[in-house]
Design a protein around this ligand. Structure first.
Ligand code: 13P
Length: 245
């Protein structure tokens, strides 16, 4: 189980990546994660995700009672809490407005085409939740038909929400959704996508099951103070030796 500091650092890294990748602008988007004590750590409202620091994050209980009193949690807190309540396996939620995927959401088109092997295996189909007024309890209600089956949902005329067992997994799913939407958009510009057949999908799933999934590197390598000091000693030691010569 990761410590509060580790989880907070993963949220901060994912926030910065969301902004750098252009998945959010201005103060859009929010990220949360479940802590070992069952509480939820979430980004504050109205802060640019490129500027989020660990000290900005807000801790709330699973029912939304404030533990951190110094800042206000995201206005989409009720959506995050709803996902954690419905999905005990989920430990992180990412909400963003990436252009292509949000374009499909604005056109009210789910990403349900069996087009790309990685997306079929990693995400399955990406449903479209009915339009709900952002930051209200309409948003969790719109997710209700999809939250148990999907790990990524398009929010009509709003954006995308992804879930994962870690912040990294939820973030990667957001990247995958946007990439898939971009590719589908390009394929449609080129005359239309050619979807995989039932037989091709069955062969793909069988091959994936046979191979298993490869182990990925951790999202963030936590370098302890001790190992940084050791590294500095080694570098300085080398430098002193080379000036002795
Ligand atoms: P917050 O700044 O309150 O998290 O809201 C951003 C957003 O994207 C609302 O949908």
């Amino acid at each position: 189980m990761l410590s509060r500091h580790e989880i907070a650092s993963h949220i901060v890294l994912a926030c910065h990546r969301l902004y750098e990748r252009g998945f959010v602008t201005a103060t859009d988007g929010n990220i949360s994660a479940r802590l070992a004590n069952g509480n939820i750590l979430i980004t504050p409202t109205s802060l640019n995700k490129g500027q989020v620091a660990e000290t900005d994050l807000v801790e709330v209980t699973a029912s939304g009672a404030l533990i951190t009193l110094s800042s206000t949690p995201s206005s989409e807190l009720s959506m995050h809490l709803f996902v954690y309540k419905q999905r005990p396996d989920v430990r992180a939620v990412v909400h963003a407005h990436p252009s292509h995927a949000t374009g499909f959401a604005a056109a009210r088109m789910p990403l349900s085409t069996a087009l790309l092997p990685e997306v079929i295996l990693g995400l399955g189909t990406i449903p479209l939740a009915e339009y709900a007024t952002p930051s209200t309890d309409e948003v969790p209600a719109s997710l209700a038909p999809h939250v148990k089956e999907a790990n990524a949902v398009l929010l009509a005329n709003h954006g995308v929400v992804t879930f994962g067992a870690t912040v990294e997994e939820a973030f990667f799913r957001m990247e995958k959704v946007e990439h898939a939407a971009h590719i589908l958009f390009v394929a449609r510009m080129l005359g239309g996508e050619k979807t995989l057949t039932e037989a091709e999908i069955a062969r793909l799933k069988a091959a994936a099951q046979e191979k298993g999934s490869p182990k990925e590197r951790p999202f963030l390598t936590d370098i302890s103070e001790q190992s940084v000091k050791q590294l500095i000693r080694e570098v300085l030691g080398e430098k002193l030796k080379s000036t002795d010569r």
